[in-house]
Design a protein around this ligand. Structure first.
Ligand SMILES: Nc1ncnc2c1ncn2[C@@H]1O[C@H](COP(=O)(O)OP(=O)(O)OP(=O)(O)O)[C@@H](O)[C@H]1O
Ligand SMILES: [Mg+2]
Length: 409
């Protein structure tokens, strides 16, 4: 018998826009019911720089998504980026009974959590990499196994407490409750990566407006996460400065005619560009646009390359790199990345979602879609354990639906 459908909502707080997605969970299927996206200038690389602007954009995005979905949203999963600390940590406990029970697993994960963190950081994820029972390593699920000593290796992620509090203000100001904060690239990776890629070794690289967020999976476990302070908006700024055109026109030019590889642009094509200060439009070769774009894209990819090298996981990425985020939509980006990084590189389109095709197939929506997948699979999601925002029981997902829905179930 099919379980009662549940409705969940996620809010991606990006530098360029806030996106709210509402989805219905029917067993193992996720059906997208509504989405609202609103431009936002209240965040910079995940940090709240303007509470009013962020709260307003959330309001618009949520209103649109709930109208489209036909339900009232009251509880959400929220993406978090900004200042975070990621560490690999270990924990060890003695098993209380004859077999490892869930309570032992909770205790060992708690033990792994007790690493020294700077003040003002809050642990948001404890992601188990493996369990070790009586010295036997490589165990993904130790429950039911016999042994007296239980150890674990985890990847721990902590976020800036003041930033979390500011994000909370922006959300709660709209009358919404927060079910959990989810690291931005972790959410995106859930929407885009295939299980076999995670098993073999893969880096999911989200190229956003002002940041590049990276998460590495080896043997299905999160091994490394980081954020680079550079994004696609830098390309837009270069175009604006280089062509003496307003930022809004530079953005349009990038999205309409931009290409990351100069040599792949025809010599004889030209484009009209508006000039700053209302001066008359100017015609330039399309190749000139790419000549501005390519060096910045190379710089972004070089930074990604150096970061992957420093992580020491680059040789282990048998499944290569999967790109997401709006910046990955630039034609030629993936090709250039593959050439520089020398590993297979593909653009990641979200998969495993039904309904609203035009939303689902856009890498720019990977984070918001991943949030509802995280919500759908929650703490039961393989080896990913969310740390709830508040202590106590996970709130019923029914809290995201309107009164009308409560009445009919
Ligand atoms: N078709 C396209 N071609 C090139 N760039 C694009 C395209 N579509 C979107 N972008 C760029 O993607 C960027 C926005 O990406 P995204 O929505 O993933 O960022 P964000 O989530 O708002 O920001 P961040 O993740 O840095 O906080 C913008 O700089 C935009 O110019
Ligand atoms: Mg983003």
């Amino acid at each position: 018998m099919q379980k009662n459908p549940e409705i969940v909502a996620g809010i991606d707080l990006g530098t360029t826009k806030v996106v709210c997605v509402v989805a219905e969970i029917k067993g193992s299927e996720i059906e997208i019911m509504g989405m609202g996206s609103h431009p936002c200038r209240g965040l910079e690389r995940g940090i709240v720089v303007d509470i009013d602007k962020t709260a307003e954009a959330i309001k618009e995005a949520v209103t649109h998504a709930s109208q489209q979905a036909g339900c009232h949203i009251s509880c959400v999963y929220v993406s978090v980026a900004g200042p975070t600390i990621s560490r690999n940590s270990t924990g060890m406990v003695t098993v209380r009974g004859k077999e490892v029970e869930k309570e032992d697993v909770d205790r060992v994960l708690d033990a792994a959590r007790s690493v020294v963190l700077p003040q003002d950081y809050r642990v948001i994820h404890i992601l188990p990499q493996e369990f070790i029972v009586n010295g036997q390593d490589g165990i993904k699920n130790p429950i039911g196994m016999c042994g007296v000593r239980l150890e674990t290796k985890v990847h721990l992620i902590a976020a800036s407490e003041p930033n979390i509090q500011n994000l909370t203000k922006c959300i709660t100001r709209n009358g919404l409750e927060i079910e959990a904060f989810v690291l931005d690239p972790l959410a995106g990776s859930l929407a885009v990566l295939q299980d076999d890629e995670k098993e073999l070794g893969v880096a999911y690289v989200d190229v956003g407006g002002s940041a590049v967020n990276i998460i590495i999976f080896i043997n299905e476990s999160v091994m490394y996460t980081t954020m680079l302070p550079i994004g696609s908006a830098h390309i837009t700024k270069d175009i604006a400065v280089g062509l003496n055109t307003p930022i809004s026109s530079a953005e349009k030019l990038k999205q309409k005619y931009g290409h990351a590889v100069c040599d792949m642009v025809e010599e004889d094509e030209s484009i009209e560009i508006p000039m700053v200060g209302g001066r008359p439009e100017k015609s330039i070769p399309k190749k000139t646009l790419s000549k501005i774009i390519q060096p910045r894209v190379e710089q972004i990819i070089d930074l990604i390359h150096r970061t992957l090298q420093q992580s020491a996981f680059l040789p282990a990425l048998a499944s290569g790199i999967v790109l997401g985020g709006g910046g990955s939509l630039l034609p030629g980006f993936a090709e250039l990345a593959q050439e520089i990084l020398q590993v297979p590189t593909r653009c990641g389109t979200p998969t495993g979602f039904g309904g609203m095709n035009q939303i689902v197939h856009n890498p720019q929506n990977a984070t918001s879609l991943g949030l509802v997948k995280f919500a759908a699979e929650g703490s039961g999601f393989k080896n990913i354990s969310p740390v709830p925002v508040k202590e106590g029981e996970r709130k019923s997902v029914i809290s995201v639906v309107g009164e009308w829905f409560k009445e009919i179930i």
